[in-house]
Write a protein that binds this ligand. Structure first.
Ligand code: SF4
Length: 239
């Protein structure tokens, strides 16, 4: 199986190519779909994080074969590429391979603090920095993303990247509380180059209590004049 792969389905709305260096993710998000895809438990997914076998040898070969390919490679859909110091080191190694082979990368993380050490690399290569931020409330963050870094750190990292002239994007998905998501737009709209906004799926209790049409209207109002993409799941609520 290739390390750099073409995602399928909804993930293609985010990136034409992607790469996962490790299996597992210590952030332990309540809404994470990865354990079910990988046929494992939430606990094992969170606690048994390991580097994929022979990953860097294989990545080196694939990157050389793709040398100069302009399609974006997202790190990562199935894990957080800056979830810990150790995983951040793996990511740094991969970024060096991508850079040496003139490939095009975007990172997506909830750990902006660790990612910020690679901002000079992102800046030098014109790569993108993305962060998933769906709440303003730290209480909700602790409930839904118990192992992930605080919201303040993510906000600070987006502002820092923007200040360095790096293309920044925010993934606003899943949406658990529309008010919380709109608060993030309000706080960060002058620091984010591009927004990707979706809804929540596979969580009927939350999904049913939200007026998605109203949320879509409010998002478009809040992002008037800004660059954004409404994911297909939310787009279908347009009147
Ligand atoms: S950061 Fe992503 S991969 Fe990690 S637990 Fe949360 S949803 Fe899953």
């Amino acid at each position: 199986m290739s390390i750099i792969y073409q995602p399928s389905g909804k993930a293609l709305e985010y990136s034409p190519l992607a790469c996962n260096l490790v299996i597992g993710c210590s952030h332990g998000c309540k809404y994470c779909y990865c354990p079910s895809i990988m046929h494992t438990s939430q606990n094992d997914w969170r606690q048994k994080v390991y580097l994929r076998k022979n990953i860097f040898d294989q990545l080196q070969k694939e990157a050389e074969r793709m040398r100069g390919d302009k399609r974006e490679i997202l790190l990562s859909f199935m894990t957080d590429c800056y979830q810990s110091e150790q995983v951040a080191e793996y990511t740094r190694t991969a970024l060096k391979i991508f850079e040496a082979n003139k490939l095009n990368v975007q990172v997506l993380t909830k750990n902006g603090k660790l990612a910020s050490r690679d901002f000079p690399t992102l800046k030098r290569n014109n790569w993108k920095f993305g962060s998933t931020i769906i709440f303003r409330s730290e209480k909700l963050r602790a409930e839904w993303e118990p192992g992930a870094p605080p919201i303040e750190e993510r906000i600070a990292a987006v502002k820092e990247a923007h200040g360095m002239g790096i293309y920044t994007w925010v993934s606003m998905e899943p949406v658990v509380d529309p008010y919380e998501s709109l608060s993030i737009i309000d706080e960060l709209k002058d620091y984010v180059t591009f927004w990707k906004v979706g809804k929540i799926n596979h969580y009927p209790i939350v999904e049913k209590r939200i007026d998605w049409k109203k949320f879509l209207e409010n998002v478009e109002l809040a992002l008037d004049g800004k660059a954004f993409y409404i994911k297909k799941d939310l787009e279908k609520y347009r009147g």
